[in-house]
Write a protein that binds this ligand. Structure first.
Ligand code: G3P
Ligand code: CA
Length: 259
């Protein structure tokens, strides 16, 4: 697993495909996750939310209008909130055509199907729980799904992250073996507290300055900035000490990284 502690002479930069290779294929679909592997990613980032009937699905927005044909299929159900539709309803939606007609068969994946389909890929997973306050109990559901997939859990192939830091603390207490990440930029003064329950600090790229990265490293955590799509910014962030980069273009990062 690329997430396991590298020794100093084997420091591996994590090439993290943001919502899959989302520059190439429709974000948060199996097509985008497969494209990520083909383009040299070693981790896929994805967003997890919950349907009306409490199934975990992989989708970024809390509504389905932007990335699916929900408007056409359920004209009366605007604004097509993920939490207002059942999994059976959401599985009817085309989650690919908006990105290109060749992707018309892509569906909103469940977390379970993504873990199953990508199990043999060799990729690791940066799993973002999106807006957990909308979904009471989602932490236990995500933990339960991971426990059902020991190939991921026991091989240290998953990091759980969120912008909701109390959620991350709670998740860490629930499943301490899974590394966790805080999205955003905790103050330097708060890093020692963050380090009691988080392993990664994942800030917007502008905040990953050399000084900030050094502070995070001093507290024993790693830094994964987002979302970086151009080669010169990738080079600068790696020089600043970033431990990996979250990008829509894993192929660009692979060439920057000399692979
Ligand atoms: O993983 C970082 C990034 O995904 C956070 O922002 O809005 O793309 O989920 P967003
Ligand atoms: Ca995300």
């Amino acid at each position: 697993s690329a997430l396991q502690d590298p020794s100093d002479d084997d420091r591996r930069v994590l090439n993290i495909a943001h919502r899959g290779a989302s520059d190439q294929a429709p974000e948060n679909t199996l097509a985008a996750f497969r494209a990520a592997r083909e383009r040299g990613a070693n981790v896929i980032e994805l967003d997890v939310q919950e349907t009306k009937d409490h199934k975990l699905v992989v989708v970024h927005d809390t509504t389905l209008g932007r990335t699916t044909n929900a408007e056409k299929i359920f004209p009366g159900k605007s604004p097509w909130r993920v939490r207002d539709l059942t999994l059976a309803q959401i599985r009817k939606l085309d989650a690919g055509s908006w990105h290109g007609s060749e992707y018309k068969d892509q569906r909103v994946p469940t977390l379970a199907s993504t873990l199953r389909e990508m199990q043999g890929s060799g990729l690791d997973m940066l799993l973002e729980v999106k807006s957990p306050s909308l979904y009471p109990g989602i932490g236990e559901r995500v933990a339960g799904e991971l426990r059902k997939h020991p190939d991921w859990l026991n091989q240290d192939r998953v990091i759980v992250q969120s912008f909701d830091w109390p959620f991350v603390r709670d998740f860490h207490n629930r499943l301490p073996s899974v590394p966790t990440g805080l999205l955003g930029t905790p103050s330097r003064a708060s890093l020692s507290d963050a380090a009691t329950y988080a392993d990664y600090i994942n800030p917007p790229q502008a905040n990953a300055t050399p000084g900030y990265v050094e502070s995070v490293h001093k507290h024993g955590m790693r830094v994964l900035p987002w979302t970086v799509n151009d080669a010169s910014t990738m080079r600068r962030l790696l020089k600043n000490g970033a431990d990996g980069i979250i990008t829509n273009r894993p192929g660009t990062l692979q060439s920057v990284n000399g692979g």
